[in-house]
Every structure is written in C-alpha cells, then in structure tokens.
Design a protein around this ligand. Structure first.
Ligand code: SF4
Ligand code: SF4
Length: 200
C-alpha cells in the first residue's frame, strides 16, 4: 500500500474514534441502575391458583417437562343436585426454572388464565434446587404482573364486548326481564263432549 493510502486509513480510523468518544454510552449500570425492560418481558411465571382447574394442559404442552402438578378430587354437595359434584383440588404446582426455556407455551395454552408472565428476573440462586418454585412462590409473583394493556381505541372490539352489545340490543335482552307489556295468548276453548259420546 502507498503512503497516501496509509494516511487515508489513519484519518478514517481517527474519525471513527472521535465519533465514538462523543457518543453517549449505551451501557446500563446494572445492578446499580435497574434496566428499563418492556412491561411484557418474560421474567418469571406467576400462578393465579384460584383459576387453575388442574386440566394439566400446561404440564402436557411444556416442551421441557418442567411443570409438576399433583391434585386430588373432592366432593362438593350442591343444594338441589341429585348427586354431589367432583372438583379437582390443587396439591402441588411447581415450575423448575433451571429447566424452563421461557418459551411461554404454558401461559399461552392455559384456558383459564391461571398463568401470567411477570417481568421480574432477579431470582437467581446459589443452589440450583432453589429454582424449583412451588405454588406459594409462583403465587407471590402475581403481585408483580403488570395490568393488561389498554384496549386500542382503533382496534376491533373484543368478542366479549360484541356479544354483550348484541345481547343488550336484542329485544328482551335482559334475560328474565319483560321487554314490554306481556301478551298472553288465550288457549282455544275445549269443545264440550257430546252427550253419550266418547271424548276424542
Ligand atoms: S415457559 Fe415453556 S419451558 Fe417454561 S414452563 Fe412454560 S412451557 Fe415449560
Ligand atoms: S393449563 Fe392452566 S388451568 Fe390447566 S393445569 Fe395448567 S395452570 Fe392449571
């Protein structure tokens, strides 16, 4: 390479150095400064125990097999019912975060909104066994779950909203409440039996 070429390269390099020197640093000073994470970050999974029906979908769909569920059945006597009903009672619900790959499948498949993502991520442990969070531990994370995002005013109305609006607009919508003056249809009078004849 000629001397001119070397000089050009040096100037280019210095220009890059100068530009970088005046650019503000992007480094986040964690742990002194908490990182600004998006509210829907996948930090830890929270369990809303009262919503869980022990359907086992999450445990079956988890690709890592790191959800452990135990339950038993309980009889519930329903007044007026012919037989007592059965319901599942959750005994154990553990997630092993040392195996979890944060795919979110369990949260997606839960049909009863019992699992949520929390952006909390500071739960590292010195002992790997402590990364197994039981239902109490998973339940505590619920306090850190952000509220659902506000509905987009330009977005489509939700299925629940359209159903409610349709019901409200339908005549006699409030089920059980009379929609207007009740019209009673009189039954036609029964013909009197002929004397001596058999009734049809
Ligand atoms: S996020 Fe994925 S890997 Fe983790 S528990 Fe849920 S389904 Fe399993
Ligand atoms: S999918 Fe939901 S309701 Fe079913 S066992 Fe899992 S957490 Fe419970």
């Amino acid at each position: 390479m000629s001397e001119g070429g070397h000089g050009q390269g040096l100037v280019k390099g210095l220009a890059v150095t100068l530009k970088t020197m005046v650019r503000p640093a992007q480094t986040q000073q964690y742990p002194d400064v908490a990182p600004e994470l998006p509210p829907r970050s996948r930090g830890v999974i929270a369990l809303l125990e009262e919503n869980c029906t022990v359907c086992m979908l999450c445990a079956r769909e988890c690709p890592d097999w790191c959800i452990y569920i135990d339950s038993h059945k309980e009889e519930v006597v329903v007044p007026g019912a012919a037989r007592p009903r059965q319901r599942n009672v959750l005994d154990r619900f553990d997630i092993d975060f040392s195996l979890c790959m944060y795919c979110g499948i369990c949260v997606e498949v839960c049909p009863f909104d019992a699992l949520y993502w929390s952006p909390e991520f500071e739960y590292s442990e010195y002992d790997i066994r402590d990364l197994l969070h039981d239902k109490q531990h998973l339940g505590q994370w619920m306090a850190t779950v952000p509220p659902p995002p506000a509905h987009d005013p330009h977005g489509e109305a939700s299925k629940e909203e359209t159903t409610a609006a349709r019901r409200a607009a339908a005549p006699g919508a409030a089920r059980g409440a009379p929609a207007g003056p009740a019209v009673r249809r009189e039954r036609p009078a029964r013909p009197a039996p002929e004397p001596g004849g058999a009734e049809a």
